[in-house]
Write a protein that binds this ligand. Sequence first.
Ligand SMILES: Nc1nc2c(c(=O)[nH]1)N[C@H]1C(S)=C(S)[C@@H](COP(=O)(O)OP(=O)(O)OC[C@H]3O[C@@H](n4cnc5c(=O)[nH]c(N)nc54)[C@H](O)[C@@H]3O)O[C@H]1N2
Ligand SMILES: Nc1nc2c(c(=O)[nH]1)N[C@H]1C(S)=C(S)[C@@H](COP(=O)(O)OP(=O)(O)OC[C@H]3O[C@@H](n4cnc5c(=O)[nH]c(N)nc54)[C@H](O)[C@@H]3O)O[C@H]1N2
Ligand SMILES: [Mo]
Length: 789
Amino acid sequence: MAATLRPTSAHWGSYQVEVRDDRVVGVRANPDDPAAAPVIGNTPVAQHHRTRVARPAVRRRWLEHGPGPDPRRGDPEDAYVEVEWSTVLDLLARELERVRTEHGNSAIYGGSYGWGSAGRIHHAQSQLHRFLNTLGGYTRSVNTYSHGALEVLFPHLIGTPAANRLFSRVPSWKRIREHTELLVSFGGLRVSNTWTSSGGRTAQTAGPAMRAASDAGTEFVSVSPLRDDTGEDLKSTWVSLRPGTDTAVMLGLMHVLFSEGLADTAFLDRYTVGADRLRAYVLGGRDERGNPGGVERSPEWAERVSGVPAADLRALARRMADRRTLINVGWSVQRAKYGEQPLWAGFALACCLGQVGLPGAGFASGYGSMGNYGGGATPLGLPRMPQGNNAVRESIPVAKVSDLLLHPGESYDFNGEHRTYPDIRLVYWAGGNPFHHHQDLSRLTRAFGRPDTVVVHETHWTATARHADIVIPATTVLERDDFAASHGDLALRAMPRAVAPHGLARDEYDTYADLAERLGVREEFTEGRTSREWMRVAYERWRALLARRDLEVPGFDDFWERGRIDMPARVEDETHLGEFREDPEANALRTPSGRIELYSETIASFGYEDCPGHPVWLPGPAVTGPAPGSGRHRSAGEGDAWPLVLVANQPNTRLHSQQDMGGYSVSRKINGRDPLRMHPRDAEIAGVREGDVVRVSSPRGSCLAGLVLSDALRPGVVQLSTGAWYDPSSADVTCAHGNPNALTEDAGTSSLSQGCTGQLVRVRVEPYAGALPPVRAFEPPVGVEPVEG
Ligand SMILES: Nc1nc2c(c(=O)[nH]1)N[C@H]1C(S)=C(S)[C@@H](COP(=O)(O)OP(=O)(O)OC[C@H]3O[C@@H](n4cnc5c(=O)[nH]c(N)nc54)[C@H](O)[C@@H]3O)O[C@H]1N2
Ligand SMILES: Nc1nc2c(c(=O)[nH]1)N[C@H]1C(S)=C(S)[C@@H](COP(=O)(O)OP(=O)(O)OC[C@H]3O[C@@H](n4cnc5c(=O)[nH]c(N)nc54)[C@H](O)[C@@H]3O)O[C@H]1N2
Ligand SMILES: [Mo]
């Protein structure tokens, strides 16, 4: 029988699945998406894999002993008992009720960070939040792993809404092609990262748009420890630097501008405050506290710190001052200790050039990080599932999850506040994989041992599901009706169900509706509607909003039948801070000064040593080695216990940990482990060879990885992308499969933002002696009967 083609959408794009006998047997790119991502090739195996959660399951020890802290949560030998839907719903409803009445709703941690799947209605996190809100709320998380420092810092520098517009109203690739002569990107421009847009994208436009800009004459400078962070087909120059030293490079560039009279003082005077203090710091008149007698941040100084030749920095600064220049700071650069500094310094550098607010110039953060960044904006929004209101005020910055669970009642600093962690009794996670995404996974396992109960909704038996007491099987996007689009997308697309649910998997909406029934709030949760009816309502509400702006889209049935409608009201001609530049009095920024704050009195008043009042050079552990107290650290004469800096960037074989068992992802593994890239020179020193399984260790833990040699890396730097399913089944290493978060340190960027710092960690790479432990990440846990296909 011939396969039928069904349309689908994922965060990694829109494509078609080939279905035969109710099975996904292949994928096909859409004809109008010539640059479709190869990661779509993961879907057929992942959809029917034996790690799919096929039935509700309860951890045996929880079932036998009842709720309570249990250090054995996550033990690879722990057994699960598969149960009926009615049994699990009764158990879960009773436990939610117990926690709520005994400890209050703030004892439920429902932050549930994670990407889940595309689809505007069945978005896992929105569904969970709506459900918990109808129950009286939950402790939530704020901000992201992606750009936690950016989200807290920029409201201080340019106020809101200008800070929000940094994500949407930046020069489009089209504007860059037309106006930008030089694009300097700290953190490169990885085309493989642009395969991803939150909510999916009709076609992959970023890669082709970069190439078009390059062909039209835009020059690219890629500042990065990896040469191949920028596509070979771009006219680009690689500036190789030591990881974690971008701020030093930026200060060195500013030094050239200030000392050679190239800084635009008219711009600085009119539009910014604090340029004088920054200038004194850069030229060495003042230290980071504003006291006389600092270090001169000259290009020679920057060379000593970053490894970038001073002459190159001088030449680059002059070129930037001489032409229409756009500065991009990739999100990776701020996902490290003191991640606020390269953002602030990069923005200050753009201000010194005086081009902020001009078409195709100024500052941005996100090109090469996400596919829809620079791909247009949809200011009128998209159809959405309403989440209701959270009656609980408690929240944490998202990457503080281990601290939250380990240290109830303890205090911490965040953005000028002194906060206290609430006492969490129940953790509820749907649509995320903290045992992929969080740092120092051994510590996270200890943290997950603390609450009374952990609930996870999952499509697959991830490491997070294996730390849960109650595991609820969720349908995948291929098993339910939905529609998809991301911010700035080209079209809204129907994604009709392609195959029947795997095993007993159900749509989460229906699970919550049944739980709500048991808790007496079914009507509040559903408002009398099925999920299919919510699709129509969300769409029609959006349609009505558009109609008020005289924009017409077809009715829901018509849309569903067509399968796709062009996105109304897309804009691609934005200039960030353009209005402010035109009239800084009438369009004053919502900052204390009304201007750009190169020095922030507010931030200075917090008194944080790790984030003072203007951008400064602070060397993080990637530069200095791990701090004392975090295992062995460097001391004179001892040699370096952790001589290499590991870059834990985004994988180019999948999205995070999703579909890691898929065909494309597995095809890149070496002896079943994720690939670690290393410069041949470093491999020789370490005594390891291409194709070896090697042991990577840090003060926090160890993992195995398969060795790939490449001269695209700066010597001294190794790269192991995130997303290999965490596999703690070997007694010999923390992770047998190659998850870099077995190695990373669980520390915030600074007291200001407390953002994720997972990008960089100092490590050692050695040959692995002894018998190789098997990879067991893709086996379902003890007691679970896999259902194939
Ligand atoms: N060391 C290091 N760590 C990092 C980073 C780094 O640079 N370095 N980057 C960080 C960043 S930026 C991010 S965004 C995070 C990403 O971390 P996550 O977003 O947590 O990673 P995903 O693998 O996308 O997890 C999504 C989970 O949702 C499940 N899922 C999919 N669809 C559904 C559904 O419909 N319902 C339910 N219930 N589940 C579903 C998938 O099976 C998967 O397990 O990782 C962070 N971690
Ligand atoms: N295929 C694919 N695409 C994705 C994702 C995925 O999992 N898979 N995840 C998506 C998500 S959620 C996010 S938030 C974005 C993240 O987007 P980014 O944060 O931009 O992506 P990364 O791949 O983590 O890092 C990009 C590059 O930064 C460089 N880099 C690392 N440290 C430094 C440094 O100190 N200085 C400089 N100059 N460069 C450095 C590294 O060489 C790395 O390859 O990607 C998105 N895109
Ligand atoms: Mo992210």
